[in-house]
Design a binder for this molecule. Structure first.
Ligand code: 5GP
Ligand code: MG
Length: 188
């Protein structure tokens, strides 16, 4: 149930799929795995923004391995809940990934097109290793063969918002992951 102290837009949710405490616990476990797998390795995290912003912020603070952070912007949803065409990747990276162990962090793996394209691009730039970590995975929606190395939660085929994920750039600040009431998706 939405907390009376939470953002008022919590009332727009039809149902919550992942609670704040479940997110926190799961990020702790993911960080344990990453701390183990990247122990003594120099890690370069590339977060795909805006969606991965909140997840990356919480995940990175639980990592104990030396790391550097850069961001990439990618978008395939233009004011709708249906991905349109191929993902648009805006490569404004400052760091040189050549020879580095890159961890791509994204909010959600859906058709797989974004991460497949970004991972290909990072490989082509000469990264030593490229792994991917996503908070959410909608396996049923995959259009290209792509699996993430680290997955927070598998979720059903529903369009979700919150914890970084938007609808029309709103709802990113909700502390949970949820599905909007149909009337808030209306008019598209
Ligand atoms: P893909 O290329 O895997 O189809 O899409 C990945 C991107 O689409 C994600 O990074 C995210 O920005 C967006 N996306 C996919 N599914 C959802 C969803 O259920 N909710 C929101 N808000 N964005 C989604
Ligand atoms: Mg995204």
């Amino acid at each position: 149930m939405p907390s009376p102290k939470g953002p008022p837009e919590l009332k727009h949710l039809d149902h919550v799929l992942v609670t704040p405490s479940a997110i926190k616990r799961r990020i702790g476990t993911l960080a344990d795995q990453l701390n183990h797998d990247y122990a003594h390795k120099d890690m370069m995290v590339v977060a795909i923004v805006n969606g991965a912003l909140i997840f990356a912020a919480d995940l990175l603070r639980a990592l104990r391995t030396p790391l550097r952070l850069d961001c990439l912007r990618a978008s395939s949803y233009h004011s709708s809940t249906k991905a349109v065409g191929e993902p648009r990747i805006v490569d404004q990276m400052k760091l040189d990934v050549r020879g580095h162990n890159v961890l791509l962090v994204d909010d959600i793996l859906d058709t797989g097109k974004t991460l497949a394209a970004v991972a290909g691009m990072i490989h082509a730039k000469g990264a030593a290793t490229v792994r991917t970590c996503v908070l959410l995975d909608k396996k049923a929606r995959r259009a290209v063969p792509f699996e993430a190395d680290y997955v927070g939660f598998e979720i059903p085929n529903e369009f979700v918002v919150g914890y970084g994920l938007d609808f029309n750039e709103r709802y990113r600040n909700l502390p949970c992951i949820g599905v909007l009431k149909p009337k808030y998706y209306a008019g598209l």
